[in-house]
Design a binder for this molecule. Structure first.
Ligand code: PMP
Length: 380
């Protein structure tokens, strides 16, 4: 398939382009250095060394211990792993709490537990899309065994009060898991300071390859409180048995070394702010969802009155933006995240997400805004 000339990619919360440095780092591991990281011979040791240096890059970037990092296929697997491990623990606490705006890989993992007889509490959010701490205090009570809340939302970029929620969970005697996929590389954070027991990540959101990610377990493998949900060889200390995806892991390690620094994040934020200011002027009646909350510097979720976003997007074929999470496209339902923030179904249907990366140009955002305004006027 040919990529059309002039395509503008503004959907970096769905996935990012692999950085050229990442592609170059992975290249040898498809070919000459193809060994199995568990093999005792030279080819195996070469692969094992690459896996361990990637683990050092991941743990180093996060201020974690290498023994707390376990390679997976990505956050969907990491999120499900935690819910399954908890279900297998035969915990006496039969209650699970998750926010109403979690990604489907958390929401549906929680619903699966519901079918096993667990009670699921959905934590509501404020109009700005932040988990309501007063409501959470009520919901996360003794008898709750697992709490899972994301660090930043994929649709709005709104940052969640994870430190406070982890504290509430621990006071109730619950395990706290965090889906931190969208926060990585877009805001500084320390997993130790946040106090999370586990966190899930995907490489493809940080200019790494698809199908690679990692699970952070604060207690490591040996002191992890629940049974390991997967059976197999002993890879990743039994957390993730199965032959290592060596090229993917190497790419992930390289991507972690390339995470943007504070000045790159500040540039991103300035560009987003300028875009939002211009958009609010150019499109009368428009609003930024979650504007009153702390947000990721790369995400704008814009309400555009009058025209449903799918129709608008159809008339902007050269611009890759989203009207929901990528995993929801094709579904007719307007965003449950925006509805949880109090938007009506109709209003939620009129929203577009723009998500940039460090390589997005100001001119790309400008040309998107010009095209958006023209398309809206034409459709009126
Ligand atoms: N959580 C969040 C918040 C996400 O945005 C995504 C990706 N859309 C995932 C989990 C799942 O990640 P993956 O598809 O890489 O498993």
């Amino acid at each position: 398939m040919r990529i059309p000339e002039g395509l503008v990619y503004l959907d970096n919360n769905a996935t990012t382009a692999c950085a050229p440095e990442v592609v170059a780092a992975m290249e040898p591991y498809w070919g000459a250095a193809f060994g199995n990281a568990e093999s005792a011979h030279f080819a195996g040791r070469l692969a094992r060394r690459a896996v361990e240096s990637a683990r050092a890059a991941v743990s180093g970037a996060l201020g974690a211990d290498p023994g707390q990092v376990f390679f997976t296929s990505g956050a969907t697997e990491g999120n499900n792993w935690i819910f399954q491990a908890f279900a297998d623990s035969k915990s006496a606490a039969r209650r699970v709490a998750v926010s109403a705006i979690e990604h489907k890989s958390v929401l549906n993992a929680a619903r699966r537990l519901e079918s096993f007889g667990f009670e699921v509490a959905l934590l509501p959010v404020t109009q700005d899309g932040v988990v309501d701490l007063a409501a959470a205090r009520e919901a996360i009570r003794p008898g709750t065994g697992l709490v899972s809340v994301q660090l930043a939302n994929n649709e709005t970029g709104v940052v969640q009060p994870v430190r406070e929620l982890a504290e509430l969970a621990h006071e109730a005697g619950a395990f706290f898991h965090c889906d931190a996929v969208q926060a990585l590389g877009k805001m500084p954070f320390s997993l130790a300071d946040l106090g999370v027991d586990s966190a899930a990540f995907s490489a493809h959101k940080i200019h790494g390859p698809k199908g690679a990610g990692f699970l952070f377990l604060r207690a490591g493998a040996n002191r992890f409180p629940f049974p390991m949900p997967l059976a197999g060889g002993g890879q990743e200390c039994g957390v993730r048995p199965g032959t290592h995806n060596v090229p993917g892991i190497v790419g992930l390690g390289r991507a972690m070394e390339l995470l943007p620094d504070a000045s790159a994040l500040a540039r991103m934020k300035a560009m987003r702010d300028a875009f939002e200011t211009a958009a609010l002027v150019a499109i009368p009646g428009s609003r930024v969802n979650g504007a009153g909350a702390e947000r990721l510097p790369n995400t704008t979720n814009l309400f555009i009155p009058g025209v449903p976003s799918d129709i608008l997007m159809d008339s902007l074929p050269l611009f890759c933006v989203s009207n929901g999470s990528a995993c929801n496209t094709g579904a007719i339902d307007p965003s449950y995240v925006l509805q949880a923030m109090g938007l009506s179904r109709d209003k939620a249907r009129n929203c577009i997400r723009v998500s940039t990366s460090v390589s997005t140009l100001e001119t790309e955002l400008q040309s998107f805004l010009n095209a958006l305004r023209a398309a809206k006027d034409a459709l009126k």
